[in-house]
Design a protein around this ligand. Structure first.
Ligand code: GLU
Length: 301
């Protein structure tokens, strides 16, 4: 039997705020309305920024709000073996190469005019074995390891998004495992492997991730995984139009709960989705209509 599941996948680098909760709530509404399971995944692949304490606080926050999850919580920090298997598979098909470039070298490399800013210009893609040995040794002397990049065989890739329709970006040779002193798995690899492993067929998340999505869908295709349905939703932003963050005032659930009960916060969330006066998740589940979701970023006041 095919499983159908959606998910919420926060990165545990701070308490959940109104914007995170709104996205999580929309993901929950999409999953529950379509009869999917709803899974929670802790995206702690970035070991420099994630803490287990933060993960536990976020889980408590979601439960406080009343969101319900199915199955076990998946922690990316426990999934290295799966990422390594995916990397081995890609390597066996010639899809992986080492990259010795520093961030600065990438920024300063000449590229054709149409390239997306920050995309990788392919500097290390065609090095000879001798050149690789030399550059690897030079890095090792500084105590650093090379990054691993995907040898992309396409120029662009197109995904379909519920709100954005067909969406195409350039596909560069993006990072699969970081280099330097801290060889963390790259988010783009982890998210694809885990969505496949968890049978996620609906990804609802903030639209700041839309630009990375064609890369992820391309990687999924190389790993023999089918791409999920994508639903990228507008973010909550501050007065300057930037993604809401802790510095924007009392924005976390815990801070808000110091001054108001949880049903007020649910009411605010529901109003932000276009349903003023709704103060329970049960009612919101009945009235929520995906096609009516406001398409503009929500400005926090
Ligand atoms: N971990 C990401 C975040 O917190 C979400 C990634 C995803 O939903 O694919 O922004």
């Amino acid at each position: 039997m095919t499983e159908h599941a959606g998910r919420y996948a926060p990165s545990p680098s701070g308490d959940l705020h109104f914007g995170n909760l709104r996205t999580g709530l929309i993901a929950w509404l999409f999953a529950r309305q379509s009869g999917r399971k709803f899974l929670l995944r802790v995206e702690d692949v970035d070991t420099q920024r994630s803490t287990i304490d933060s993960a536990h606080r976020q889980i408590d926050d979601l439960l406080t709000l009343g969101l319900t999850f199915d199955g076990d919580i998946l922690y990316q920090s426990e999934r290295s073996h799966a990422y390594q298997r995916a990397l081995d598979l890609l390597t066996s098909h010639g899809h992986v190469y080492e990259c010795y470039c520093s961030r600065r070298e990438i920024q300063e490399a000449p590229r054709a005019a149409h390239h997306v800013p920050g995309s990788y210009p392919g500097t290390c893609r065609e090095l000879s074995d001798a050149e690789r040995d030399e550059r690897r040794e030079a890095l090792a002397r500084e105590g650093r390891s090379p990054a691993l990049r995907l040898r992309s065989e396409v120029d662009t890739f197109t995904i379909r998004d519920f709100y954005h329709g067909d969406y195409t970006t350039e596909i560069d040779d993006f990072v699969l495992r970081r280099g330097g002193q801290n060889t963390d798995w790259a988010y783009n690899l982890a998210v694809v492997v885990d969505d496949g492993f968890q049978h996620i067929d609906q990804v609802v998340r903030g639209d700041d991730l839309l630009p990375s999505t064609p890369r992820q869908a391309y990687l999924a295709s190389l790993l023999g995984l089918s791409a999920p349905e994508y639903v990228h939703v507008p973010l909550v932003v501050n007065q300057a139009g930037q993604r809401l963050a802790k510095r924007d005032g009392a924005v976390t659930l815990r801070e808000m709960l110091l001054h108001e009960p949880v049903h007020h916060i649910i009411e605010k969330l529901a109003a932000s989705l276009g349903y003023p006066g709704v103060s329970t998740l049960k009612k919101l589940l009945e009235v929520f209509r995906p096609e009516d979701l406001p398409r503009e970023p929500l400005v926090w006041r």
